[in-house]
Design a protein around this ligand. Sequence first.
Ligand code: ATP
Ligand code: MG
Length: 411
Amino acid sequence: MEQRILSRSQHPISRKAIDRAALNIIYRLYNAGHTAYLVGGGVRDMLLGRPPKDFDIATSARPAQIRLLFPNCRLIGRRFRLAHIYCGAQKVIEVSTFRRWPDPELTAYTCEDDFQLEEGEEGIILDNTFGSPQDDARRRDFTVNGLYYDVGSYSVLDYVGGTHDIEHRLVRTIGDPDVRFREDPVRMLRAIKFCAKLHFEMEEATWRAIRRHHADIAQSSLPRVQEELQRLLELGNLRVSLRLLLESGLLRDLVPNLDRNLNHLHDQEAFESLLDLYDQEGVPSDRTFSFAVLVLSLILDGDRGRSSRRHLARDFLEPLSDCFGICRRTQEEVARYLSDLQQLLYGAPKGRERGELLARPSFINSFKLYQMLAQVGAVSADQYAYWRECWENREESSWSRPAPKKALKSA
Ligand code: ATP
Ligand code: MG
């Protein structure tokens, strides 16, 4: 791969967009005679004109040298030590030494080691894992994540073809996708995350490799899988995330129940419209609500949607929550939305029962979900009009008209 250097006039990154604390770390590394670049998601996002989530730094300084330079620094990681530099109460900047991807045969190094970040453990530091900036770029996951920004020369350094893929909006592995996904199957979920987050397409060979290797996801550690799935919920592009999870085969390996459900929906179109609606209007980063939207696929699944709360929890919510790493409290909250929705759709609560339903704190969100079902035409207009009136007049207790019986249009 040809090296490409974009000078200041060839890219939109302005130094003003860079976090002050990250700049200070880079300058201190420079002053001590080291090379240091911004790397990863921060560079990618600045090139795209998006506000970066965080700034990572890659440097020629070894972990022990970094520690000497920064008193507010902790070294973490088992095999390969990363430095976390604490800047104030909230901010941590990750500084890693340029390294190459070691040959797993020679070092018994596994990718999982790379992500075991127990603090303070004495790791076996293999000197031959350190490398050049080029090596460091090549061991990263996707071309768009392998770019450096050199604060000294204001230029973007591209050793992996990332600038081409940013221009063409493509997620492509660095190197052979079969090898890269075998090395670390979590990268398959990360590929989907970046497509959903950046509104990029998956490059063809990368996609074909995911379709071949999806079953390997079972070898990855659950916390890493959960972390990536939770990020998908936070991104609020559920339509794309779910489509890619389904079509790749990954969803079948991860949560067979949800996969089956989505493949056998009575009203596929309504669910897809629901996802579109949520992606347009949803509250990004509201993980609970995104999770509830996923679970709505159950409600749209005619008979199953009527199962008892206990059955729904056991057969569906619990396995789904385990895989997504959803805590018990959120799980219970979503179970409440589901049972509220069941009441709206299939029950006909009257009098005190109805009053209690409308007064429940969870009902605001349940009603929001119900409204979304109505907006995509999954609820009859009569029924929706009735409940909307109940909701708008919930302070008044004089409601005596019975709820219309007809529930889901499709059921
Ligand atoms: P986000 O904006 O979601 O944080 P990011 O690209 O910064 O995206 P991180 O998970 O923060 O993603 O990782 C930082 C960088 O570390 C990535 O950009 C990539 O270069 C590298 N990286 C992370 N995970 C892997 C992996 N599994 N394999 C190879 N490189 C990885
Ligand atoms: Mg990041």
